[in-house]
Design a protein around this ligand. Structure first.
Ligand code: AHR
Length: 316
């Protein structure tokens, strides 16, 4: 409709194609982590840069809030919807409503269990691969040494928690000297990571039975590092840490020697998502079903202080 309006304005001789701002609804999960906050900031920046009218809704971690937001976006007649789905199941009905209204939906950073004709494309990392990169780092780091790992899982039922766990297990499968001795969700939050790590430390001889922490995100790892310190151990030495995201505070911890490695997840999911939508609006080009973002490993050898600053400059 808006495209038609722009074309008729141009045909009527009102100059070049009059830009009619596209309206995009964004259903964000919440602000559970530094990474999530950065994704929100960068999505707003990307929308502004492109003249897109972004309607933002914070679901505070609840799927029912996301479903209500999507229903409201459909009622408002937005031109597209960005959805960062908190969990992987339960989306079919609301996505059918969006499809019936001919509103394209782009998934950001997490995947869903639903037929793929219910969304236009998904932008994100291969989360199994992220777990494999993290596990691969640990395998190389410990060699033949016996290593008991504790795992902090992300939000239960989220695609990223399921897949990162799977990837890490794949990486250590042929290394019987490495085993996961405890695994529990910290819900991707710093406070959750600290609390669960305290219980791991208590259960494992004050932490002396633990060789490494695998955390599904950096915020939980930062909370866990605090718990390790409070238990009188040296994180990064007595207990190795490997994590996922690449947020500034974790780079700081690496620079201080308190953390060892992280796998970066870009918070700029909106850039590729808007590129795909704009190509479609312009000439009907359909994007591939999955637009994969890179998963780069960073260690203490990779100028963590410089990486900290670089992310701060990016709007984290
Ligand atoms: O879906 C991406 C994950 O969600 C990030 O790794 C985590 O920090 C966030 O909460």
């Amino acid at each position: 409709m808006k495209k038609l309006l722009a074309i008729s304005v141009a045909v009527m001789g009102f100059g070049t194609t009059a830009a009619v701002a596209e309206t995009v609804g964004f259903s964000q999960i919440g602000s559970e982590s530094g990474w999530r906050a950065a994704e929100t900031t960068i999505t707003r920046q990307q929308a502004e840069k492109r003249g897109i009218d972004l309607r933002f809704s914070d679901a505070q971690q609840r799927q029912e809030n996301q479903i209500a937001a999507l229903r409201s976006f459909v009622a408002q007649g937005v031109d597209a919807i960005l959805l960062a789905p908190v969990v992987s199941t339960g989306w079919d009905n609301i996505l059918m409503e969006a499809r019936d209204a001919e509103i394209p939906v782009v998934l950001l950073d997490r995947r869903i269990d639903a037929p793929d004709d219910l969304y236009m494309t998904a932008v994100g990392a291969d989360s199994v691969h992220e777990g494999e990169v993290a596990g691969g780092w640990l395998v190389d780091e410990v060699g033949d040494r016996q290593c008991n790992v504790v795992e902090l899982q992300g939000t239960t039922g989220s695609s990223v928690a399921i897949e990162r766990k799977q990837g890490f297990e794949n990486a250590i499968a042929d290394h019987p000297n490495i085993s996961i001795i405890r695994s529990q969700t910290g819900d991707f939050t710093r406070s959750g990571g600290k609390e669960v790590m305290e219980s791991f430390l208590q259960a494992e001889n004050g932490g002396r039975n633990i060789c490494a922490l695998f955390s599904h995100n950096d915020d939980m790892a930062v909370g866990a590092i605090q718990a390790i310190k409070e238990a009188g151990l040296n994180p990064g030495e007595d207990i190795l840490t490997v994590s996922i995201d690449g947020v500034p505070d974790y780079f700081r911890a690496m620079a201080n020697g308190d953390a060892n490695a992280t796998v970066e997840l870009t918070p700029n999911m909106a850039g590729p998502a808007f590129d795909a939508l704009q190509a479609w609006w312009q000439d009907g080009t359909l994007p591939p079903k999955f637009i994969q973002t890179p998963s780069t490993l960073y260690t203490q050898a990779d100028d963590p202080e410089g990486e900290y600053q670089r992310r701060k400059d990016l709007g984290y």
